[in-house]
Design a binder for this molecule. Structure first.
Ligand SMILES: Nc1nc2c(c(=O)[nH]1)N[C@H]1C(S)=C(S)[C@@H](COP(=O)(O)OP(=O)(O)OC[C@H]3O[C@@H](n4cnc5c(=O)[nH]c(N)nc54)[C@H](O)[C@@H]3O)O[C@H]1N2
Ligand SMILES: Nc1nc2c(c(=O)[nH]1)N[C@H]1C(S)=C(S)[C@@H](COP(=O)(O)OP(=O)(O)OC[C@H]3O[C@@H](n4cnc5c(=O)[nH]c(N)nc54)[C@H](O)[C@@H]3O)O[C@H]1N2
Ligand SMILES: [Mo]
Length: 793
């Protein structure tokens, strides 16, 4: 168990090292190059640095595992086609540090539990399969063969296949994702939660319903050729840095950029492109033409206001609306009646600001709408994204050059994993195709998503957890609840490259199965293999790692999954797991048969630059929806009711992390150095709440539905340019504050960007937590939203 005293000491140490500077007004430039090289050389040395970085995102090289931003056409790539954070991701995986059996013998699980996420990651690559046996205090080595047999026995001992949960993180390749979903379904369950459930699930649901496919309708060329690019709820300078090069190119072609974000993120303001002299030593390129500092969760109201103005001005593409959509009249009536008082109070923006922004839309003949977690992780996220789609419909910005919907995905292959069938709610046609190809009847009922998996483990309904990558314990909401849930499980198995919280918050028996990463050569019985991935724009291509494996004992993800399948189901369905393991071409041959749009997969994916999957709205303005048309949606504005003296908190990423992997302590663009325990608050909120910049506070929240007071202790208040009432702090430190039951309507995505919190002097949060255990009625916190709109329930 983590020791609260040790945690507190660690927090104090973190706070003591904090250094707060002025936020930056540009991204990248010479500093980014210097940081990339320093991190790469520090972790990997000169030879490995050269071997990896020059192959990164090249047609014959490997796909960057940092984000899902697309690559330019093969002829148009730079010799250094990567960004600072891509270099950090490669350095983390390519590190020469090793977590060996000797390391695990020297550090008990209790000892490791007291370490930070950063320290755990710095121990390097795991070299051997390891096991913690029931009651054990340490991980010890285990043979691969014994590990697979143990897992097979455990799975076969379950009362039902639905007592097992098979999680996926979005770094898994198409090949491993395909064999993984095949295994889960052959075993008998659709319990396949994935990181997408916490990420772009709201996007997938909204787009599926309104345009018939849950993916972006643009290519990189559309970004280059747009007249207007709207970037809402996304911080590309940190999370998709190569997007800045595309934005620069679009600007050079005359595009305007409208940024909608509570924070004036440096990467939205100005980009110093390290590939050009202007970027290295000159002034860089100004990106944003207009910035809307929106209050957290104000986007649904904003987009409806945009809609009402476009209708008022008749800035509409009537031909498109008539030919390709349904529901326009109802939408026109709904947005026509928008209540401007609600709009201005919800967005924190003036009518004049909103009108000026809408004029950009009015005057653009080709608009690209980009968004990420700032839109998806709210209670009304699905409605908000449908409202983006309404705007695109209204002006015909789908299926024409320079225009479209662009949800920018997170994990490098999260979109490909979904295409390959990693989905707890698989479409029936996909299951039919599996049945036809493999001759068994896959389970038809929906499985558990991430939040429901936690509930099932908590309630003793799931006894086995397998994680294909990721850090389920630390990435999920409501850390205390989730930790308890995971500890109740009989067996947890993690297929991982490096140590993380999920290895320490584990089941009675816990296994770590160390695997090859994307940087490494993958040799199987038939020889050297390659894998394939899909980016945010439906482009699928091959990836080949250049480095020798971190340890001779590692197995590939495909080898691990197929071996588990053999141990658990043997040849029950006559599936030839060995053939797929020995030669990944056999997997790709199945993919070609099962996955729509993947005919000729083996040939197409090997072309330099790969191939693009079909997308009916993008390709032909056709919509595979219920009505066969693009569907306008009418959504009531769902307003967060924030009680007095409370703030809305968003939980976001610093510039020095990849999700739960903490690279370091430099959130350079926001001026935060040396630590992470900060909460960004507007100057007037700080004084109104009776605090000062620099005070140390606990962040607490109370969720009405369960009466628990949740607390994240010891954060330094940092005065910051964020709208009044909207605060921000880093994920995952703040995950204990996100209630498990606080999720987006329809998509069940945790509301990580809108938690109603209050700040209390350091030390008082825990006391409140304990008091609430005894008397849950005496507290004055509430977390209420308007009643759920009926048509959404
Ligand atoms: N280096 C690096 N790259 C990454 C990742 C990483 O951790 N590190 N993670 C990857 C993953 S999995 C993902 S999903 C993506 C995430 O990419 P982002 O979505 O950019 O990530 P966040 O840090 O969550 O930032 C959310 C942004 O939305 C804004 N925002 C928050 N709430 C609202 C709101 O209500 N309205 C509006 N308009 N804006 C809002 C925040 O101020 C912030 O700028 O990045 C991927 N790439
Ligand atoms: N509060 C809050 N919570 C959030 C979010 C937020 O914004 N706020 N964002 C959510 C989002 S968008 C996401 S996507 C999730 C992320 O959730 P996850 O995807 O589960 O988390 P990661 O931190 O990306 O996983 C990192 C781990 O993956 C393993 N790993 C790395 N490379 C490989 C590989 O090649 N193979 C294998 N098998 N393992 C590998 C390493 O062991 C590493 O520790 O978190 C979500 N949680
Ligand atoms: Mo994500």
């Amino acid at each position: 168990m983590p020791d609260p005293d040790a945690d507190e000491q660690q927090n104090e140490l973190d706070l003591a090292q904090l250094d707060i500077e002025k936020p930056k007004s540009h991204a990248a430039g010479a500093t980014a190059v210097a940081v990339s090289m320093k991190r790469a050389l520090g972790h990997m040395g000169a030879v490995r640095t050269a071997k990896t970085l020059l192959k990164l995102n090249q047609a014959e090289g490997f796909d960057c595992m940092s984000c899902a931003w697309p690559d330019p056409d093969p002829g148009h790539r730079h010799a250094a086609e990567f960004c600072e954070n891509g270099a950090k991701a490669v350095a983390e995986e390519g590190t020469t540090n090793r977590a060996t059996p000797e390391f695990f013998a020297a550090h008990s699980i209790e000892d490791l539990s007291g370490r930070t996420e950063h320290w755990l990651g710095q121990q390097g690559r795991i070299t051997h399969p390891m096991i913690k046996r029931p009651g054990g205090t340490h991980y010890e080595p285990i043979d691969w063969h014994d590990a697979f047999a143990l897992i097979g026995d455990e799975l076969n001992g379950l009362a039902s296949p639905d007592e097992a949960v098979f999680y996926t993180s979005g770094r898994a390749s198409n090949e491993s994702a395909f064999v993984y979903q095949l295994f889960a379904r052959a075993f008998g369950t659709n319990n396949m939660p994935d990181c997408s459930n916490m990420c772009h699930e709201s996007t997938s649901i909204a787009l599926q319903e309104s345009i018939g496919i849950g993916k972006a309708s643009v290519t990189l060329d559309d970004v280059y050729n747009a007249e207007l690019i709207i970037i809402a709820g996304q911080n590309p300078g940190t999370n998709h840095p190569r997007m800045l090069s595309a934005l620069e190119k679009a600007k050079q072609n005359g595009a305007k950029i409208l940024s909608i974000n509570p924070l004036r993120e440096a990467g939205l303001v100005n980009f110093k492109n390290p590939q050009t002299p202007r970027g290295m030593v000159g002034p860089g390129t100004d990106l944003t033409d207009m910035f809307l500092p929106i209050a957290l969760n104000g986007d649904l109201a904003l987009f409806q206001a945009f809609g009402s103005l476009l209708v008022e001005w008749d800035a509409l593409d009537h031909d498109f609306i008539d030919a390709h959509t349904t529901g326009f009249e109802a939408w026109r009536e709904h947005v026509g009646a928008v209540d401007w008082d609600v709009v201005t109070s919800t967005t924190g923006l003036s009518r004049a600001q909103i009108t000026e922004a809408a004029e950009l839309l009015r005057d653009s003949k080709a608009t690209v709408f980009c968004w990420a977690m700032g839109l998806t992780q709210h209670r009304n996220a699905v409605a908000t994204i449908k409202e983006v789609t309404n705007l695109a419909f209204a002006q015909g910005n789908i299926g024409k050059p320079g225009a479209g919907l662009f949800p920018v995905r997170g994990h490098s292959n999260v979109q490909g994993d979904r295409t390959m069938g990693i989905w707890e709610r698989p479409p029936q046609h996909f299951l039919d195709a599996i049945q036809k190809e493999f001759g068994f009847d896959p389970p038809r009922e929906h499985g558990l998503d991430t939040v429901d998996s936690i509930r099932a483990m908590r309630d003793g309904k799931a006894h086995f957890f397998l994680g294909l990558g990721g850090n389920f314990a630390q990435a999920t909401p409501d850390s205390d609840v989730t930790f308890d849930a995971l500890r109740k499980v009989r067996m947890t198995v993690q297929i991982s490259t490096k140590i993380n919280r999920g290895h320490l918050v584990c089941g009675e028996t816990a296994l770590i199965l160390p695997t090859l990463g994307r940087t490494e050569k993958d040799v199987q019985a038939s020889g050297l293999q390659y894998i394939s991935v899909e980016d945010s724009t439906c482009s699928v291509h091959a990836s080949r790692g250049p480095l020798p494996p971190a340890s001779p004992h590692l197995k590939s993800e495909v080898a691990i999954i197929t071996s588990i399948a053999e141990a658990a189901i043997g040849d029950r369905h006559g599936i030839n797991w060995e053939a797929m393991r020995d030669d990944y071409r056999n997997i790709r041959a199945h993919i070609a048969q099962v996955v729509p749009g993947c005919e000729g997969y083996e040939v197409n994916v090997r072309r330099p630059g790969g191939f693009i999957l079909p997308h009916p709205p993008r390709d032909s303005r056709t919509f595979d929806t219920e009505s066969g048309l693009g569907e306008f949606a009418v959504s009531p504005i769902d307003v967060l009711q924030v009680p007095p003296n409370h703030l809305i908190l968003q939980t976001l990423r610093s510039h020095d992390q990849f999700n739960t992997t903490i690279y370091g302590f430099s959130d350079r663009y926001r001026g935060i150095e040396g630590g992470r325990r900060v909460v960004f608050v507007h100057r007037e909120d700080i004084s109104a709440l009776g605090f000062r910049d620099g005070d140390i506070v606990d962040i607490v929240t109370k969720w009405d539905d369960d009466d628990n007071v949740r607390c994240a202790p010891s954060f330094r208040i940092v005065e910051y340019a964020t709208p009044r009432g909207s605060a921000a702090a880093y994920y995952p430190e703040t995950n204990p504050l996100v209630p498990l039951d606080s999720t987006a309507l329809q998509s069940n995505c945790p509301t990580s960007k809108s938690i109603i919190v209050s700040l209390v002097p350091a030390g008082q949060g825990r006391a409140t937590e304990n008091a609430a255990d005894q008397d849950s009625t005496g507290s004055d916190w509430s977390h209420k939203t308007q009643p759920q709109p009926e048509h959404l329930s």
